[in-house]
Design a protein around this ligand. Structure first.
Ligand SMILES: C[S@@+](CC[C@H](N)C(=O)[O-])C[C@H]1O[C@@H](n2cnc3c(N)ncnc32)[C@H](O)[C@@H]1O
Length: 265
């Protein structure tokens, strides 16, 4: 039996709009991921683990021909309800696991998976599947939270100092660098490269945002005037681009590696 919850919803996912730095990182993550698929009129794009379907719908409004694949019954029900309210063309919705995509080889110009690979019980197979259904020269895009980010490292140092040097009790609840209990994998840049490069020729590595969720930073940015907060967030974002291993979120993309097909004699 599969251990993945077919009834899952987003109730245990980090809220996207509670603080200024959270709003910034989630918006950047969406915009950068969609841009990496190179959307445009007529492009065939697959959203793997499409969740509520908001990214697939956004791409469809930009003229792409989009399919959202999602295994959860509950997420699918919400998605269908939401897209039923849309006025323009809507994506096709398919209930499917990432590791068994029900599409022929080379069906799409691009396949992407945003903020979900760490929920998969078979991420390697899912990446292979994304590469299989993407045409030669197309784009495979993976976006994921970095659990070896500057924030995770700094939070760990602060916690270690408080616990051991100051002999204070361990902080209760999930710490920033702890992987949530609905994740199977703790991703960082090295692991992303390792898993992706078996199936994809990676030509794009992008780090997004820095210091997201660091309590002192979240509080400070929340109190700054909007313009100054925006400049600060953008400046850190620029640094993350040069130092992706420290970034809060990683985007890796490239073209699928196609295995040579043996011709019959
Ligand atoms: C945090 S949500 C992200 C959804 C969406 N990509 C977004 O950015 O809003 C993770 C999604 O992964 C889906 N998921 C979990 N395991 C999966 C698997 N093995 N194959 C495909 N999707 C899976 C869940 O049902 C959930 O909708």
């Amino acid at each position: 039996m599969r251990v993945v919850d077919l009834d899952r919803d987003m109730s245990d996912v980090i809220p996207t709009g509670t603080t200024r730095d959270s709003e910034y990182v989630f918006d950047r993550m969406t915009q950068a991921t969609l841009a990496a698929t190179r959307p445009g009129p007529g492009r065939r794009i697959l959203d793997v683990a499409s969740g509520f379907g908001q990214d697939a719908i956004e791409l469809q409004t930009r003229g792409a021909w989009v399919v959202g694949a999602e295994p959860s019954e509950r997420m699918m029900a919400w998605t269908r309800m939401k897209s039923g309210e849309a006025s323009g063309p809507v994506p096709g919705w398919v209930q499917a696991w990432g590791d068994a995509l029900p599409f022929a080889d080379d069906s799409f110009d691009a396949a992407f998976c945003k903020g979900a690979l760490d929920h998969f019980d078979q991420p390697d197979t899912a990446i292979a599947e994304m590469a299989r259904v993407t045409r030669p020269g197309g784009r495979v895009v993976l976006t994921i939270a970095n659990y070896d980010s500057f924030t995770c490292r700094a939070s760990r140092v602060v916690d270690d100092l408080t616990e051991f040097a100051l002999n204070r009790p361990m902080r209760r609840g999930r710490r920033h660098y702890d992987v949530p209990n609905d994740h199977f994998t703790r991703y960082d840049l090295a692991l992303m490269h390792e898993q992706l490069e078996t199936h994809v020729a990676v030509d794009h590595v992008e780090g997004l945002s820095l210091a997201w969720g660091l309590p002192i930073w979240t509080r400070t940015i929340g109190h700054l005037p909007a313009g100054l907060a925006d400049i600060s967030l953008r400046t850190l974002d620029r640094i993350a681009r040069y130092a992706p291993s420290l970034a809060d979120v990683l985007i890796l993309a490239g073209t699928p590696l196609k295995k040579a097909v043996k011709k019959g004699c």
